[in-house]
Design a protein around this ligand. Structure first.
Ligand code: AHR
Length: 554
């Protein structure tokens, strides 16, 4: 049996019937005018400001993420800005991408940042951490890192987008001094140090001012197989007396895998042996949660339990959402454990890897490791997850969807001159107006969904989402997880009045709908103007949909 941690340690109803049912269900319910659901937004119950960085991204040096995804090279016929894929930059500007994590992932704990600076033609080639997992179809630069993308190129990419860089340091195979020097290279002012001069000589006289630094990655697994106590000792060595150059460094400690409460408890116990002030050096604790176990209790094997990205039935649809929906309990559960040690909650949660993880087979570019084709199911999953973060603004300071392009829950798929936005990418566009908004407690009431899980009755909630307000603009994002039933919801604003409203949403009669290089616009947001009568609003949310309602308040 393969477990996820072992895998990482090694480094290495039929569709037609369902479609019919959906169409019948949708048409039948669309004729009904009685609301079956209700969304109440409580303006006098603010939950906190939604940190823009929960809409963050992740680009690991893995498969086709960097080489072919982000980087095409300066001499490429593919439109680029200094070697970086232009269409990607433009789309990321549009969704207001706030932060990007790099260079891993597991890759980070083998990476020497010094390989990626200096003249590009003098940089060494190295065996990539993921080389053993690469297939024969993969291009050589996926297994053997050409180091054409290094710190300069990555930070330049972030600055072109207007995003903050989040660099993950190598704890497993480099000493703490290498981390300190990476900070120095990035942040020391021109003329102050040899490393600052090296940066300036490469064309970057202004300090990068990198604020977010990860101290290792998955240190319970590929990042060193540490116990939480051992890792806490490492963390202290890496975090002590770091040069800050006037900026506050936000250090992110490697945190738990899913529901590993022992990791959170063990790490904080050990850190606090040196006293409560040790908490001041930790900005965030990184939680990772992937939805990968689609076996319905038949196995917990990391490979065998995976489902297919494109071939699934309605039960698989709900099971994936159920796996993702665990996120709320993970956020509140780890927060609860953290409160035992840090009652003032100086340390926040940083969910720096999240998303579904399917078995190989749906790659847009054959040979791209961990690439999968996101469908409408993944869009609904992603909306649901972002809503969980929106509802917990005081707990979650940052989150990074795994990953940005050509890997797992990709917002974009690209190969050579081909580039498409996936349904997940469209969700980030729909949700962008939540960034920096005041999250409001919102009550969703809807009929519970019932389905048959291999002969046993199972349920899933009927409608959920989140709401935030900024000035006179209210955004309510709503997920209808039902594969067949629309939901007609009355919107009740407690403490404000609607003036105008419109909605953008993703949905399709086929729950498998997805975009491809040949059909890039099969799933795109649709817009609906909503009629407000007498200050009240009722909205129909199609089956299998994720929606963003924009309301102007009077
Ligand atoms: O996102 C792919 C891999 O999943 C990352 O490298 C690792 O951190 C996680 O286990």
């Amino acid at each position: 049996m393969i477990k996820r941690r072992d895998f990482l340690h090694q480094g290495a109803m039929g569709a037609t019937a369902l479609l019919l049912a959906q169409k019948i269900g949708w048409a039948a319910a669309a004729n009904s005018t009685a609301a079956d659901s209700r969304i109440e937004v409580l303006f006098d119950e603010p939950l906190g400001t939604i940190s823009p960085t929960i809409y963050g991204h992740f680009t690991e040096n893995l498969g086709g993420v960097l080489y072919d995804g982000v980087w095409v090279g300066e001499n490429s016929p593919v439109p680029n800005i200094d070697g970086l894929r232009k269409s990607l930059i433009e789309h990321m500007r549009q969704i207001k991408a706030p932060v990007i994590r790099y260079p891993g992932g597991c890759f980070a704990d083998t990476y020497d940042w010094r390989d990626g600076i200096g003249p590009a033609d003098k940089r060494p080639r190295r065996t990539n951490f993921w080389a053993n997992s690469e297939s024969k179809d993969a291009p050589p630069d996926h297994s053997f890192d050409p180091n054409q993308v290094g710190t300069n190129e990555f930070v330049h990419f972030c600055k072109l987008i207007g995003a903050e860089p989040y660099l993950a340091a190598n704890v497993r195979t480099l000493p703490a001094s290498a981390f300190q020097q990476w900070v120095e290279y990035c942040n020391s002012p021109a003329g102050s140090t040899t490393l600052a001069d090296a940066r300036a000589a490469a064309g970057y006289p202004d300090a990068f001012g990198v604020k977010y630094w990860g101290v290792g990655n998955e240190s319970w697994g590929c990042g060193g197989e540490f116990t939480p106590q051992e890792y806490a000792e490492q963390f202290r060595r890496y975090a002590t007396w770091l040069p800050a150059y006037g900026d506050t460094l936000h250090l992110i400690a490697s945190g738990p895998n899913t529901d590993d409460w022992n990791w959170t408890r063990g790490f904080l116990t050990e850190v606090l042996l040196k006293g409560p002030e040790e908490l001041n050096s930790i900005y965030g604790l990184a939680l990772h949660h992937y939805a990968w176990d689609m076996s319905r209790g038949k196995t917990t094997d990391w490979v065998a339990a995976k489902g297919d990205a494109l071939k699934f039935d309605s039960v698989d649809w709900y099971e994936l959402l159920r796996q993702g929906d665990r996120m709320e309990g993970l956020v509140t559960g780890h927060w609860q454990v953290m409160s035992e040690f840090d009652p003032e909650h100086r340390v926040k949660l940083v969910v720096d890897e999240w998303g579904p993880w399917y078995r190989p087979g749906s790659e847009a570019t054959p040979g791209d490791l961990f690439e999968q084709t996101p469908t409408l199911r993944d869009a609904v999953f992603s909306g649901m997850t972002l809503d969980i973060f929106n509802r917990n603004p005081e707990k979650v300071a940052m989150a990074n969807c795994a990953q940005l392009i050509n890997c797992l829950n990709s917002l974009y798929l690209a190969h050579e001159d081909k580039f498409i936005v996936t349904p997940v990418g469209h969700v980030f566009d729909l949700y962008a107006s939540h960034q920096g908004g005041q999250s409001l407690r919102t009550i969703f009431s809807a009929p519970t969904l019932n389905y048959d899980r291999d002969g046993s009755p199972a349920t899933f909630w009927g409608l959920r989402g989140s709401a935030s307000v900024r000035d006179k603009s209210l955004t309510i994002t709503v997920v209808n997880p039902s594969v067949s039933e629309p939901r007609l919801a009355e919107i009740a604003l407690r403490g404000a009045t609607v003036s105008d409203a419109s909605m953008r949403f993703l949905s399709d009669a086929d729950i498998h709908a997805h975009n491809t290089f040949a059909q890039p616009d099969a799933v795109v947001p649709q817009t609906k103007l909503l009629s407000v009568s007498g200050g009240t609003l009722a909205i129909e949310f199609p089956p299998a949909s994720v929606a963003a309602v924009s309301i102007q308040l009077s």
